[in-house]
Design a protein around this ligand. Structure first.
Ligand code: CP
Ligand code: NVA
Length: 310
């Protein structure tokens, strides 16, 4: 069988700063058009499968709606219903699915799995979250920050909490669009070492900073954006109690936000554990933009699909 050339989105490492900016400006335009009832139809006749091993509300629904709005057919596949769950290999699954569908949106555990799908099949693969990265979330967040702040370069983002998949993608994505980033986490919960090294290389090249801090009160000073995520990601629930004790000082609450800039926006990718990484009160703060972030998943993903398919 002849292998086709194709593009994937496995992590923001795959995109240049210029490509991210292009995706964001398409997302702005597609959002505006969508509000006027106008949708491009470049997925007409295409079926895109969503293969999920972990639960999802935002990513699953926004991708299904995006694919359908753009004229395509979204096919949801729960990994536990496939022969994968009985030991069929990723390579065989990818090669077989490539015969039927035009793309795979995958949510799973190891980043290596998604890389294997991309190598084995000849259709675009999109990372809908792995333990290491969550690129689609961060593209939507960049769109949200640009809408709220009117610019990206020169802003300072401080992420508080676990150095997880969201933190890893923030480090790479936000430095690529010209922002200073600090990841403030308890010792031992830093982002992946290769990700820190890459973000620092990107930051150094552009005179920016990509820092790791263990001191929340100090880190948030001068921040334009405060961001947090759950202390125990999907698959880490076993350690939840121990994590709640370790992460307590990193909670976003009114005391902490009073140390950031007075126009700082507050972000969370959701789902949130109210009362843990963020207080209930801050979730409904006028500068908390969580529902804009959630809405922008739809528009940013349409732009990702345009990048891969047009
Ligand atoms: N933020 C996010 O990816 O949410 P879901 O897990 O609901 O998809
Ligand atoms: N870090 C979280 C993000 C959920 C969208 C997780 O992986 O569970």
């Amino acid at each position: 069988m002849e292998r086709k050339k194709k593009k994937d989105l496995l992590g923001l490492k795959d995109l240049s700063g210029q490509e991210i900016e292009e995706i964001i400006s398409w997302a702005e335009k597609m959002k505006e058009n969508s509000k006027r009832g106008v949708e491009e139809q470049f997925l007409k006749g295409k079926c895109i499968a969503l293969l999920f091993t972990k639960p999802s509300t935002r990513t699953r629904v926004s991708f299904e709606v995006a694919i359908s709005d753009l004229g395509g057919y979204p096919l949801f596949l729960s990994a536990q219903d496939l022969q994968l769950s009985r030991g069929e290999t990723i390579e065989d699954t990818a090669r077989v699915l490539s015969c039927y569908v035009d793309g795979l949106v995958i949510r799973t555990f190891a980043q290596e799995e998604i890389e294997e799908y991309a190598r084995s099949g000849d259709i675009p693969v999109i990372n809908a979250l792995t333990d290491k990265f969550h690129p689609c979330q961060i593209l939507a967040d960049i769109l949200t920050i640009k809408e709220k702040k009117g610019r990206l370069p020169g802003l300072k983002l401080v992420y508080l909490g676990d150095g997880n998949n969201v933190a890893n993608s923030i480090l790479i994505g936000m430095t690529k669009v010209g922002m200073d980033v600090t990841i403030c986490c308890p010792p031992g919960y830093e982002p992946a070492e290769d990700v820190i090294a890459l973000a620092q290389e990107i930051a150094n090249r552009s005179g920016l900073t990509a820092l790791i801090s263990h001191n929340p009160g100090e880190a948030v000073q001068g921040a334009d954006v405060l961001y947090t995520d759950v202390w125990a990601s999907m698959g880490q629930e076993r350690d939840q109690e121990e994590r709640a004790r370790i992460f307590g000082p990193f909670q976003i609450n009114s005391r902490l936000i009073s140390r950031a800039r007075e126009d700082a926006i507050i972000m969370h990718c959701l789902p949130a554990h109210r009362g843990e990484e963020i207080t209930d009160e801050i979730m409904s703060h006028p500068r908390c933009v969580i529902y804009d972030q959630a809405e922008n998943r739809l528009h940013a993903q349409k732009a990702v699909l345009k990048f891969l398919y047009q």
